[in-house]
Design a protein around this ligand. Structure first.
Ligand code: GDP
Ligand code: IMO
Ligand code: MG
Length: 421
């Protein structure tokens, strides 16, 4: 029985999903995004070019593959159009390669404004969202007020829109939030027309039809497990299920159809926006990770907070997702570090725990294990055997602790800088 392999982030996003999806795509016929929206920024580098994808699956550059935007995704027609047109200008016409689920929800101009208004209302407790309207769009989906891609084909489209807009405007009035929607709205209606040139499909039938024909499918996650609305560091999370189960719901595939679960993590840890981050570094070492790793948001350009690898959180993510293979990214960023640390436990109120807690308070302190740095350029290594002993010790410690093999090690942003064991 053909299965769907899933690739997803195990930390707070930006693990390098875009790069790895691109590397793995040659082995698949279909690549599908299952949740999130333009809050994602997935970077791919090859032939000296760099691309950042937000809503479009990262399989789009490996010619001839079908790419699907699944029902679990939320789409901003304006940002989608910008993304698709930029790709077309660089010679990648997507209209034949890309299918969009009728059941994917639309991000309306007022959703973006609501996102900003809710953040402003939270004051210092704000989430630090990407400002793309993600939360308000998923809220409307769950409260049964959303607009879906399929609605763009309906004769009642304008009326459905007007009702949603009126509802949003009454909330905005209540919040006393000033805004100007005219330009955004004009662009949005034009972009909705543009959307119609793509294949708008019943993606759940398409995906299951592919499986019935023995076609291989790779499901691409966005964000990361610690941003999952159920299992992440709530309320500092995104509004979708970023975990493996999200692939079932976001594409319409049965749980027994999940095959390999590739879990991606950085050799250290980053987070952008607010919320707890136990191993965060506020010192020179964190600043070095940021500058060497170019840790700035692919979409917002915001500084990413940096810290050591957190095995308590990583093991939690592996458990929730049923990870079968690990993929370790950006080890090269720590090439010159004298020592490298990993949190193996937390200390809370004098007690040690290996559990990712319900609430991460200020009294939580990570317990670290220290490793000797590898002090060499990992980019020169072409196979696992070429890696220095100190680096192998680091990798094999993670494997022993997690019980999951590290199958791919990425040593640079380029497609080619990837070592598959
Ligand atoms: P995604 O959201 O998970 O796809 O990750 P992002 O694209 O937001 O962030 C990952 C960043 O790290 C991008 O700028 C990548 O080009 C870069 N990158 C990916 N893998 C590596 C690696 O192994 N080494 C280095 N130095 N950079 C990498
Ligand atoms: P990729 O797919 C990193 C974070 C935001 C904020 C929180 C909620 O590139 O890994 P939202 O706009 O989703 O309501 O913001 O989630 N966030 C991400 N952080 N990578 C992402 O995506 C993210 N998408 C959202 O910074 O803290
Ligand atoms: Mg990203």
């Amino acid at each position: 029985m053909k299965k769907v392999d899933v690739i997803l982030g195990l930390q707070w996003g930006d693990e390098g999903k875009g790069k790895v999806v691109d590397v793995l795509t040659p082995a698949y016929e279909v690549v599908a995004r299952f949740q999130g929206g333009p809050n994602a920024g997935h970077t791919l580098e090859f032939n000296g070019e760099k691309y950042v994808l937000r809503s479009i699956p990262s399989g789009i550059f490996q010619g001839g593959k079908t790419n699907i935007i699944g029902n679990g995704v939320v789409i901003d027609a304006v940002l989608f159009r910008e993304e698709a047109e930029a790709l077309a200008a660089s010679g990648h016409d997507l209209t034949k390669q890309l299918c969009i689920s009728k059941k994917a929800h639309l991000i309306l101009p007022t959703h973006r404004i609501l996102d900003a208004a809710y953040e402003a209302a939270k004051g210092s407790a704000k989430i630090g969202t990407t400002g793309k309207g993600i939360g308000p769009t998923y809220t409307d989906k769950v409260s049964r007020n959303g607009m879906r891609v399929g609605d763009v084909l309906s004769a009642d489209f304008r009326q459905i829109y007007a009702r949603a807009k009126a509802r949003h405007e009454s909330i905005l009035r209540g919040l006393g939030y000033e805004y100007d929607i005219a330009e955004l709205e004009r662009k949005w209606f034009e972009a909705v027309e543009y959307l119609k040139r793509f294949n708008i499909i019943d993606s759940e039938y398409f995906v299951n039809g592919c499986l019935a024909q023995d076609k291989s499918i790779l499901a691409e996650g966005a964000q990361g497990t610690l941003l999952d609305v159920d299992f992440g560091s709530y309320p500092f999370v995104t509004s979708s299920n970023t975990v493996c189960a999200g692939a079932c719901v976001g594409l319409g595939i049965a749980p027994n159809r999940i095959g390999e679960v590739y879990g991606i993590f950085k050799a250290y840890c980053t987070r952008v926006g607010g919320g707890p981050f136990p191993t965060e570094l506020f010192d020179e070492t964190g600043a070095r990770m940021r500058s060497i790793g170019h840790e700035y948001g692919a979409v917002t350009g915001r500084e990413r907070r940096c810290g050591w690898l957190d095995l308590v959180a990583l093991k939690y993510s592996i458990m929730i997702n049923g990870v079968t293979q690990l993929i370790m990214m950006k080890s090269d960023v720590m090439n010159d570090f004298e020592t490298v640390k990993v949190a193996t436990e937390y200390e809370v109120g004098g007690e040690r725990t290996a559990h990712f807690p319900y609430e991460i308070g200020d009294d939580l302190k990570p317990v670290y294990r220290e490793f000797e740095g590898w002090k060499c350029d990992l980019r020169d290594c072409k196979s696992y055997d070429d890696f220095p002993a100190a680096f192998k010790t680091y990798v094999e410690f993670i494997e022993r602790e997690t019980g999951v093999p590290v199958k791919i090690i990425s040593v640079g942003p380029d497609r080619g800088e990837t070592i598959v064991r």
